[in-house]
Design a protein around this ligand. Structure first.
Ligand SMILES: Cc1cc2nc3c(=O)[nH]c(=O)nc-3n(C[C@H](O)[C@H](O)[C@H](O)COP(=O)(O)OP(=O)(O)OC[C@H]3O[C@@H](n4cnc5c(N)ncnc54)[C@H](O)[C@@H]3O)c2cc1C
Length: 479
């Protein structure tokens, strides 16, 4: 009987555990234990019911085009619980000079693909519109190496588009900074499109035509679960044997021993044949320090940012006064602490009764780590002030909830993919070791699900490469 330890009970570790459970169910001779530092599993997936509203503390949904989370939901019997975002009301605003300006129709991620809406939009200056027209004639360009998202976008569309679109979209997605994030790791399609088509606009348009020609009916941009993301955690946990989950175990180190691994926690040591480390990369670095300091140092080099989500519940009068749509994004140049806000009652209508408004604000990110140190009341005060300035809400919220996530969002900096290659090589020196989590090839929930399942397949089969090539990422902006 092969014994496998999984360290970290977030969605990555849980997905690994479930994949092993499926193998066990199919007759594989294996046993596993899931070690989690906290008293609950799920990591940043936390849903609460407050006053008839469904409040997500961490992720509220996942990108539909990435199938792995949806597939997992179906496997654990949640197929009937899957819901799509209310895309008929999808509209996102950008704050420009203190006013909300709607993102023009035809923007694909940040690339304009429709001429008239772009020309008529007040989101861009005349200079930027001219750049957009010229962009159409960009010749193909093979990238020599990695670069930041800001550098690529600025080359095509100029600095204004970085400020008004690229940066706010990425701070909403990654809590990150377009001038730091790697284009090859975060937006690999952009680098490919540039190499193949030159113009991102023409490439996006071609992709859109291809999608339109495919006979499939349009799918919602985001998928979630009726009772929130926690449903997935609960359903996964219910499918694991009761003895498999070991809460309140902070794993301090893992060491190779006698062809297997000695796992040490504050409660002592235990021996396993294989181990999946599914924690944030910097925690993995600590755990692996004694075993391979070079690997630990590479893992430690993966940066993380912190974030704060704040949900406010309001009454009907606020709901009636809000602009239609999913919410807004705030460029850095506006000088606010709020990065984005989602009108939850529009994005997923059944998450609030018809006579309520539910607004979820995002703060923090790599430029404002200090906010984590602020007391909840101060965060609430700041958010309310800024909501008043941006959308004129003066009303007292009926309730509010603040959630702080320290170092939860991996930031894929320039050179991230090369770092992953080095990590893969170093990990291969240790048979029976696999890594999973959001530090590697995608921070979205579907990517984490996939990374956990791949790690489980690897250690169960004891062959193949410890980190499978995979890619593309999720988008969490409220469009
Ligand atoms: C505020 C927020 C909003 C997000 N929104 C979205 C969204 O809308 N859509 C989307 O797709 N993605 C979203 N994401 C990203 C996504 O939710 C995460 O990347 C993903 O859930 C991470 O899962 P994980 O299991 O890899 O890590 P985590 O959830 O961080 O779990 C890691 C677990 O490891 C445990 N651990 C750490 N060290 C040890 C140790 N030494 N011993 C034992 N256990 C340990 C931790 O306690 C934790 O439970 C969001 C993230 C945040 C923070």
């Amino acid at each position: 009987m092969k014994r496998i330890a999984i360290i970290g009970g977030g969605i990555s570790g849980l997905s690994a555990a479930f994949a092993l459970e499926e193998k066990r169910g199919a007759g594989a001779a294996l046993d596993y234990a899931l070690f989690e530092a906290a008293d609950r599993c799920g990591g940043v997936l936390v849903t609460q019911r407050v006053d008839g509203c469904l409040v997500e503390a961490g992720p509220d949904s996942f990108l539909t085009e990435k199938p792995w989370a949806t597939e997992l939901c179906r496997k654990v019997g949640l197929g009937e619980q899957l819901i799509g975002s209310n895309d008929v009301d999808r509209k996102t605003y950008i704050l420009v000079n203190g006013k909300l300006v709607v993102m023009p129709d035809g923007l694909m991620f940040m690339v304009p693909t429709k001429i008239m809406p772009t020309i008529l939009s007040s989101l861009f200056s005349a200079g930027s519109k001219l750049r957009m027209a010229k962009e159409w004639f960009h010749p193909p360009r093979k990238a020599e190496g990695d670069e930041t998202v800001a550098a690529l976008v600025e080359r095509h569309y100029g600095a204004e588009l970085v400020d008004r679109l690229a940066d706010p979209l990425l701070s909403g997605v990654y809590g990150g900074d377009a001038s730091q994030l790697s284009v090859r790791a975060v937006l690999p399609r952009f680098a490919e499109m540039e190499a193949q088509h030159g113009s991102l606009g023409r490439a996006m348009l071609a992709a859109r035509r291809k999608m339109a020609n495919a006979s499939t009916s349009p799918r919602p941009l985001f998928t979630s679960l009726k009772d929130g993301m926690q449903q997935l955690v609960d359903a996964l946990l219910a499918r694991l044997p009761a003895t498999a989950f070991r809460p309140n175990r902070i794993i301090q180190s893992i060491r190779p021993q006698d062809g297997g691994w000695m796992i040490a926690s504050q409660h002592g040591s235990d021996y396993f044949d294989s181990v999946i480390v599914a924690t944030p990369a910097r925690n993995a670095a600590r755990i692996l320090q004694e075993t391979n300091s070079e690997l630990a140092s590479e893992l430690d080099g993966i940066q993380y940012s912190s974030s704060v989500t704040l949900t406010l519940g309001y009454d009907q009068s606020v709901r009636a006064a809000l602009p239609p749509g999913f919410g807004f994004l705030v460029p850095k140049s506006e000088g606010k602490r709020m990065l984005a806000a989602t009108f939850v009652h529009n994005k997923f209508p059944h998450r609030a009764p018809d006579d309520r408004a539910l607004i979820r604000c995002f703060m923090g990110g790599s430029r404002d780590e200090e906010i984590l140190a602020s007391p909840d009341e101060e965060i609430l005060r700041t958010a309310r002030n800024e909501l008043q300035q941006i959308i004129g809400i003066r009303a007292e919220p009926q309730f509010s909830r603040v959630y702080k996530w320290r170092g939860a969002m991996a930031q894929y900096g320039v050179g991230h993919l090369e770092r992953l290659e080095r990590i893969a090589k170093l990990t291969q020196q240790h048979p029976g070791l696999a890594l999973a989590g959001n530090g590697f090839r995608g921070i979205g929930v579907p990517d984490c699900v996939r990374s956990g399942a791949e790690a489980a397949n690897l250690v169960a089969s004891e062959s193949g490469s410890p980190m499978q090539p995979a890619s593309t990422h999720y988008s969490r902006n409220p469009q």
